[in-house]
Design a binder for this molecule. Structure first.
Ligand code: SF4
Ligand code: MG
Length: 314
C-alpha cells in the first residue's frame, strides 16, 4: 500500500445546505505514481468537485484522501503543509486565477519564497520557472493582462510547478484555448511529467483532449463513476452506454455505434437525480430494473470496470 502514490477517496460528498447535494457519491479513485488519469463527463457531473476534493481545496463531508498511502486528515500540521503543496491545481481560466495587480515574478515566486523553497537567488529562481514553462524570463516584470490566453496558462503552470508538486489536478486546463494552443499546452504537460515525474488528474468534458494525454480514463455521470479503463480500451471497447454515447459524439473516431449518435435529453439536475441507474432516462438500453436498482461498478475485462445492468445479462 505504501508504494501507491495515489489518492483514494471513498464515499466523498460535498454537503451544501440547503438543500444537501451529494455532488460526488461513492467514488473511489486510485492513482499510481506517474500516471495520467483523465476524468471525463458533461458539465455538472461532479468532476470538478471531485478534482477539488482530491486537491484538498474543498472540504469533504464524508470520505478520505490518501496521499502516498497516508490519510491527509491524520497528518501533523507540518506534514500537511508539505502534502498540500505537493498537490497543485491548474484551472480553465488562468486569467481569473492570476492576480491582475501582481507582476509575473511574484505570481510565480511568492509561494516558493514563503515556503522557503527558493534555491539560489529569487530572480534566478523565477526566471528558471518561467523558462521551464516555455516563457521568456524577461516576462517576469509584466502583468497578467499583457499576455495571451496560452501564455497566461503557461504562467499558471509555472506558478503551480514552482512549489515542486508531484501531483497536479488540471480542471479543463486547455478548454478555453484555441485548438493549436491546446496541443502546445498538452505537450508541455507531457514534457513536464517526464522531467519531474509528475502525476496528473486531468479533468475534462472533452474525451478527445483526454485521449491525447491519459493512461487511464474515468467516466463520471451525475456524481458517480460509471466506467473506468485504460485509455485504449475506453476507445476500442467502451462498455457503458454513456461512454458509448460520449464516444459517438467525437468526430473521426471509429467506434461501433450500437445505438445512438447523440446523447438524448438534458443532464438531469444533481438535486434530484433519477432513481436506480442515474442514466436510465437517457439510455436506449434501459430495462425495468434500471430505474429500480443502482448498478455497481464491476470488472468487465481486465482493468476495465463498468456500472451497467447489461453486464449481468452476458
Ligand atoms: Fe442503461 Fe440500464 Fe445500463 Fe443504466 S444500467 S446504462 S439504464 S442499461
Ligand atoms: Mg467543471
Amino acid at each position: 500500500k505504501q508504494d501507491v502514490f495515489g489518492l483514494l477517496a471513498t464515499r466523498m460528498g460535498l454537503a451544501k445546505r440547503p438543500p444537501e447535494v451529494r455532488a460526488v457519491e461513492d467514488v473511489s479513485l486510485r492513482i499510481m505514481p506517474g500516471e495520467v488519469v483523465g476524468l471525463v463527463g458533461e458539465s455538472g457531473c461532479g468532476k470538478s468537485t471531485l478534482g477539488r476534493l482530491v486537491a484538498g481545496i474543498l472540504p469533504m463531508s464524508d470520505g478520505r484522501v490518501l496521499h502516498r498511502g497516508r490519510d491527509m486528515s491524520t497528518l501533523s500540521a507540518k506534514e500537511r503543509k508539505r502534502a498540500t503543496l505537493s498537490v497543485q491545481m491548474i484551472f480553465q481560466d488562468p486569467y481569473a486565477s492570476l492576480n491582475p495587480r501582481m507582476r509575473v515574478a511574484d505570481i510565480v515566486g511568492e509561494a516558493p519564497r514563503v515556503h522557503g523553497m527558493v534555491e539560489g537567488g529569487y530572480q534566478d529562481y523565477v526566471a528558471g520557472q518561467l523558462r521551464q514553462a516555455g516563457l521568456d524570463p524577461a516576462y517576469k516584470e509584466r502583468y497578467p493582462h499583457q499576455f495571451s490566453g496560452g501564455q497566461r496558462q503557461r504562467i499558471g503552470i509555472a506558478r503551480a510547478l514552482a512549489v515542486r508538486p508531484d501531483f497536479i489536478v488540471c480542471d479543463e486546463a486547455v478548454a478555453s484555448l484555441d485548438v493549436s494552443i491546446q496541443a502546445q499546452i498538452l505537450n508541455l504537460f507531457m514534457d513536464l511529467r517526464d522531467r519531474f515525474n509528475l502525476t496528473y488528474l486531468f479533468v475534462s468534458h472533452n474525451l478527445a483532449v483526454v485521449q491525447h494525454i491519459s493512461d487511464r480514463v474515468v467516466i463520471m455521470y451525475l456524481g458517480r463513476v460509471v466506467e473506468e479503463a485504460a485509455v485504449a480500451d475506453i476507445f476500442k471497447r467502451p462498455n457503458h452506454p454513456y461512454t458509448q454515447a460520449l464516444l459517438s459524439e467525437l468526430p473521426r473516431i471509429d467506434v461501433r455505434r450500437k445505438a445512438f449518435s447523440a446523447i438524448k435529453g438534458e443532464l438531469p439536475t444533481p438535486l434530484s437525480p433519477p432513481s436506480g441507474c442515474h442514466f436510465h432516462p437517457r439510455c436506449p438500453f434501459a430495462m425495468p430494473r434500471c430505474s429500480l436498482e443502482r448498478p455497481r461498478l464491476r470488472e468487465v475485462a481486465p482493468g476495465q470496470r463498468s456500472a451497467c445492468h447489461l453486464n449481468d445479462l452476458n
